[in-house]
Design a protein. Structure first.
Length: 181
């Protein structure tokens, strides 16, 4: 895993071979962060990384200046890998939550500037995740919510839909609550 930019940019971490997550490709991650970086200054923002997997999104958010990133992951191998990288970086701004991301969304009252979700593509309730997040208590008036998904999904009919981006086989749907247009 490689952190692309920011204070930890170009750092690499060896991902254990027994991780079952499907990490976002470096190319897709770099491109979506370039898009987001044109809209926001990450410095001082709070972020949520649901279905964290290897933690690549969490660490990219931290590296670019988010003051607090909450990483939610239930798989022990992935959770432990994220903890190990956090310890190597000595970054106290990562808050780890070991648990089910959908239950976290239902119960969380903390509000975030950026929410990123990268659920397993074969998750049975995958199609309900955007509405669950958009109807949660975690949104500020200007929250940006990004969900990574396969081409099988189209979320353009949902409220606050802003853009759909494709990088190779990776699809991102972006929701903006402030609707800048």
């Amino acid at each position: 895993m490689r952190i692309i930019s920011g204070k930890y940019g170009r750092r690499r971490f060896q991902v254990p071979t027994n991780i079952t997550a499907r990490p976002t490709t470096d190319m897709a991650r770099e491109n979506i962060f370039n898009v987001l970086g044109n809209w926001v200054d990450f410095e001082g923002l709070t972020a949520l990384d649901l279905f964290s997997g290897t933690g690549a999104i969490s660490f990219e958010l931290l590296s670019r200046g988010c003051t607090q990133v909450t990483s939610v992951e239930k798989a022990a191998t992935q959770y432990n890998f994220i903890r190990k990288v956090k310890e190597q970086l000595h970054d106290p701004n990562l808050i780890q939550v070991k648990g089910d991301a959908l239950k976290f969304v239902e119960t969380c009252g903390t509000k975030f500037d950026i929410i990123f979700a990268d659920p397993p593509y074969d998750l049975p309730d995958f199609a309900t995740i955007p509405e669950l997040v958009l109807n949660s208590q975690m949104l500020k008036p200007d929250t940006i919510f990004v969900i990574e998904h396969s081409k099988a999904y189209d979320f353009s009919h949902l409220p606050h839909f802003y853009q759909h981006r494709i990088y190779g086989k990776v699809n991102f749907t972006i929701f903006r609550l402030d609707d800048p247009e």
